[in-house]
Design a protein around this ligand. Structure first.
Ligand SMILES: C[S@@+](CC[C@H](N)C(=O)[O-])C[C@H]1O[C@@H](n2cnc3c(N)ncnc32)[C@H](O)[C@@H]1O
Length: 214
């Protein structure tokens, strides 16, 4: 059980998504074989949809891993966007660099090595879309920077906000995850209650929150 939705619902929704091919299949296989966490299939589809609607020129991603979601967002936008993506793990950076090179995206994607919070503090450009997919226990700390960096009409997409259902009910909370869960609840509270923001939380994948200014 995913803790987010009924198994039959997840299976059905997944069955609607066409089989991956080409580079995506290759990257998904690599991620699975090497236990690299990448966006779930339905989250990937949602991201593709949002990006193709928004047509961002500048994208900021928190959590590069092997570059799967960055490549997906680049292709979905059709705007030749500039992507800045933050990653602290040197092995991941090496793998992502190879993938960006292999798929001709070296010019368009800049990897910033380091802790998200520190890198965020150093950024000053405006981004049309910010994808949060790293440091689940710190989204509430990343938020002020993401809002500072968000273009007037920009969108923040935050993944894993329901964290296997634990964020929605104490019954599922594992003791060692209590801090992450508390902080994620704080994040969702802020983005949902701030009168200047509009947020929709979607019980899909591991839970996605989409936020923009009113
Ligand atoms: C879920 S994976 C990102 C997956 C990627 N967005 C995709 O779907 O293809 C999260 C990545 O963020 C990195 N990470 C986690 N916490 C971080 C932090 N505080 N600062 C920088 N990177 C972090 C991890 O090393 C990991 O590679």
């Amino acid at each position: 059980m995913s803790g987010i939705t009924y198994d039959y619902m997840q299976e059905y929704l997944r069955s609607l998504i066409p089989e991956s091919s080409g580079k995506y299949l290759e990257l998904e296989k690599f991620a699975e074989e090497n236990m690299v966490p990448i966006v779930q299939k339905e989250t990937a589809k949602f991201l593709e949809f949002i990006v193709s609607m928004k047509k961002p020129l500048r994208i900021l991603e928190l959590g590069t891993a092997i570059g799967y979601s960055a490549i997906l967002m680049y292709e979905a936008s059709k705007t030749n966007p500039k992507i800045t993506t933050i990653e602290r793990d040197k092995n991941m950076i090496e793998l992502a660099e190879k993938n960006f090179e292999k798929y001709g995206l070296t010019e368009q994607v800049e990897i910033k090595e380091g802790e998200c919070l520190e890198v965020l503090e150093s950024l000053n450009e405006a981004y049309d879309l910010i994808f949060m997919d790293a440091g689940k226990g710190h989204y509430n700390h990343f938020l002020p920077h993401c809002l500072r960096l968000l273009a007037e009409d920009g969108i923040i997409v935050a993944d894993n906000v329901l964290f296997r259902g634990m964020v929605a009910t104490d019954e599922l909370v594992k003791k060692r995850k209590i801090t992450i869960v508390k902080r994620m609840r704080e994040y969702l509270d802020i983005v949902s209650k701030d009168k200047n923001l509009i947020t929709s939380v979607i019980p899909m994948g591991d839970g996605i929150a989409v936020t923009k200014r009113r």
